[in-house]
Design a protein. Structure first.
Length: 443
């Protein structure tokens, strides 16, 4: 996520500047002039409609409300991830990368004009209540979510700690909607937890990418790597909805000494970047397996793609969400903000993540503990399913592994291995790795 600044402009001028900016980078100068002239003709129609509404509508209307509504409609028509935010909405967005906030702990998107859960954050009220990836939120507090924007939905679902929110969910395979009454809680932004699954094999869970994720990961790795004890690592990025681009780069660089991590390409030179790895003081030459699924998106896909393309890790699980576009956050003069798609992500091999996602090296679906057949896990909603898209762990996050006793950690590891077939498979692969590495090929 990029943070950019925009010059001070009035509301009407904002519309002109925004539309004109989209056309400015046309390589044909005469076409730019023609397009700009045409745009200003359309702006005249807009102001004409605004005057008519202010003068003749049956009830008086606030001009700012009318203009904000027009801007929201314009930006919403671009793609599912671009949005215009009022000052209050912009301030709420900023809390997602700082401190903690009160809510239920879900990442949502819009599919076919219906709010859809990308993934619940484990250990949060939504996760404990049984909200699942792919659930469609059809009503919030009895209000239909048809045509509701992401920003509006976030505002309605968040609220003071201890208060309740009622959600009506449509779930694939269920005959009728499900009703959930969820008590809001503080959503901690600690995103890294680490365990030793057995001697020499470590497990790291990254639930999202916040401002201190790389630092927390480095600390967790230091603990697992004491006295050279770590011989293999499982990094769990399942149901990780993403977060900050800079943290995805920093996390990748903890394991890479060279090579491209990610590149982005947009219309402005400022949006064309290539992040490369630099040699680190610590050499992490042990084998790695990265776990992903349809709830792994954005920054999680960048890390998985970087480690996969640079031959640093095997990716195991199911295909990821496919959210490969960059949203820049542009603060505006009146305190409002613009979340605008400005570029696409590309893996080191030059593959676009957008819509296609990351395909695992080893595809293994997650099987619920009570499943005895090889039945695929529930279908995930991916970026490619979004209209207008651009061409298990069970621990309590309020108590970190460092704070718990050895017995508590052992119980969590036991439960993880008992209930998670993908983690078990990854563990077996790492154990086999050390065995097969000793085999000398025949002459």
């Amino acid at each position: 996520m990029f943070i950019a600044k925009r010059k001070h402009v009035t509301n009407i001028a904002l519309i002109c500047l925004f539309v004109g900016g989209l056309l400015f980078f046309n390589s044909n100068d005469s076409q730019v002039k023609a397009d700009t002239k045409d745009v200003y003709k359309q702006i005249e129609i807009f102001t004409e409609v605004l005057r008519q509404v202010e003068k003749n509508y049956v009830e008086p209307q606030d001009s700012q409300k009318l203009i904000y509504g027009a801007i929201k409609g314009m930006v919403q028509s671009l793609d599912p991830h671009s949005s215009f935010m009022t000052k209050e909405e912009y301030d709420e967005l900023m809390t997602e990368t700082k401190g903690s906030f009160s809510g239920i702990g879900i990442e949502i998107t819009v599919r076919d004009k219906i709010l859809t859960v990308v993934s619940p954050i484990e250990g949060t009220p939504a996760y404990e209540a049984g909200i699942k990836a792919g659930d469609k939120i059809i009503m919030v507090e009895g209000q239909s979510t048809q045509d509701m924007s992401l920003i509006e939905a976030v505002k309605k679902i968040r609220g003071p700690e201890g208060t309740k929110i009622n959600l009506t969910i449509a779930r694939e395979g269920m005959d009728k909607p499900l009703e959930f009454s969820i008590t809001r809680g503080m959503i901690p932004l600690k995103s890294v937890r680490g365990y030793s699954l057995e001697p020499g094999i470590g497990y790291i869970r990254i639930s999202n990418f916040q401002s201190n994720t790389a630092e927390d990961l480095s600390s967790a790795l230091d603990e697992l790597e004491k006295d050279g004890a770590l011989k293999g690592l499982i990094m769990d990025l399942r149901n990780n909805p993403g977060g900050l681009l800079a943290q995805a780069i920093d996390v990748s660089e903890l394991f890479l000494d060279s090579g491209v991590i990610v590149s982005t390409k947009g219309r402005e030179n400022a949006h064309n970047i290539q992040a490369t790895a630099h040699k680190d003081e610590k050499q992490r030459n042990y084998p790695m397996i990265v776990l992903v699924n349809g709830g792994s998106a954005s920054a999680a896909e960048i890390v998985a793609g970087a480690l996969q393309d640079n031959k640093k890790a095997i990716v195991l699980g199911t295909r990821t969400f496919g959210k490969g576009s960059v949203q820049s956050i542009l603060p505006l003069s009146d305190g409002s903000g613009l979340r605008l798609t400005t570029a696409r992500y590309y893996t080191p091999s030059g593959k676009s993540i957008q819509s296609s996602g990351i395909t695992p090296d080893i595809e293994i679906p997650f099987l619920a503990p009570d499943e005895t057949s090889q039945k695929p896990s529930p279908r995930f909603i991916r970026e490619e399913n979004l209209k207008g898209h651009i061409p298990l762990e069970t621990d309590n996050p309020t108590k970190t592994p460092e704070e718990g006793s050895t017995q508590e950690k052992d119980e969590k590891v036991k439960m993880l291995l008992e209930k998670d077939n993908q983690v078990r498979q990854a563990l077996q692969l790492l154990k086999s790795w050390s065995v097969f590495s000793k085999i000398q090929p025949g002459s």
